[in-house]
Design a protein around this ligand. Sequence first.
Ligand code: UDP
Length: 316
Amino acid sequence: MKLLVTGGAGYIGSVVSAQLVEAGHEVVVLDDLSTGHDDAVPAGARFVRGTLRKTAFEVLDGAGFDAVLHFAAKSLVGESVANPAKYWDGNVGESLALFDAMRRAGVGRIVFSSTAATYGEPESTPILETDPTRPTNPYGASKLAIDTILTEYARLYGFGAVSLRYFNVAGALGAQGERHTVETHLIPNVLKVALGEKDAVSVFGTDYPTADGTCVRDYVHVVDLGRAHLLALEDTESGAHKIYNLGSGSGYSVSEVVEVCRAVTGHPIPAEYGERRPGDPAVLVASSERINAALGWKPERDLNQMVADAWAFARR
Ligand code: UDP
C-alpha cells in the first residue's frame, strides 16, 4: 500500500514507519519536526517536512495514497493543562485539517493514535472500550474529540477508521526509540540515572491504593504496539470507526519498573520517593480482549524486553 504517516519522525511513528517499510509498503512521512527528529525517519521512507494544515493536501492530492496513519500530535499532559489552546489547535485543529485534506483527495482509510487518557480516572479495571470516556486533562479531551470526529466522518463521509488507544508504550526498535526533548515518561527517566545523566529517579507518590503504594501502569513494547497498526490497516472498513485498546491486561508498579531497570542495567539507580504528580490515576490497565478477538493481536514482549531494548537504544 502507499501510506502517509503523519508524525513519522516521532517515537512511535518512526517505529511503525520502519515496520511498514519492512513489510513492503511505500511510506511517506509528514512531520513538522516540532518534537520529532528527521534522522528518526527510517531509510526507505520519503520525508516531507510540513504541518498538516499547510502540507497534507498537497502531499495527498492525486498521489494515489491508500491510507493514512496519524501519529502527529502534542502529547504532554502537563503542558496541555498549562496551555489548553495549544492542544485544541495542535491536535484537533490540525487533525481536522488532515481529515479535510483526505476527504478532498479521496483517501478515506485511517489508523489514528488515540490514548488511554480518553478514559480518565477508571471506575473499574481492566478498562474496556465501552467504559465511560471522561478525560481529566486537555490532552485526553483533545484526543477524544478527534475520536468523535472520526466516528462522524465514518458515518457522514464513509471514512474507514481505526483508533488505537495506547496505554504505556516503552522499548525501542534498533535506531528508533524514545528521545523527547522534554522527557516525562518513567522508563527513559529511570535509564537516565543508569546513564549518569541524573543522580536519582523521582518516584511520584507512595500512598496510592496499590500493593506497594506506587502507581500501576500497563506497559506495551513499541514493536508489539506497531504490529497492531499493521493489523488495523487491514481492518479499516468504509463507514465504520473501530476503537481498540492496546494494553496487556496486567500492570507493573513504578517501584517494580525501577527494579527491572536495576536488573537490566546493573546500576543501583537510587530512587527519591516524593509527592504524587497531579492528575495521575492509581491504576491504568487495559483489557485488550476486543483487539485480540477481532484481529488476533496480543503483546509478545515483556517488561524485561522493553527495558532491555530501551537501554540498548539509550546507550547508542
Ligand atoms: N513516574 C514517576 N517518575 C517519573 C516519571 C513517571 O514516578 O520520573 C510515574 C508516574 O507518576 C506514573 C508512572 O510513572 O505513575 C508512569 O508515568 P508516565 O509519565 O511514564 O506515563 P503515564 O502513565 O503518565 O502516561
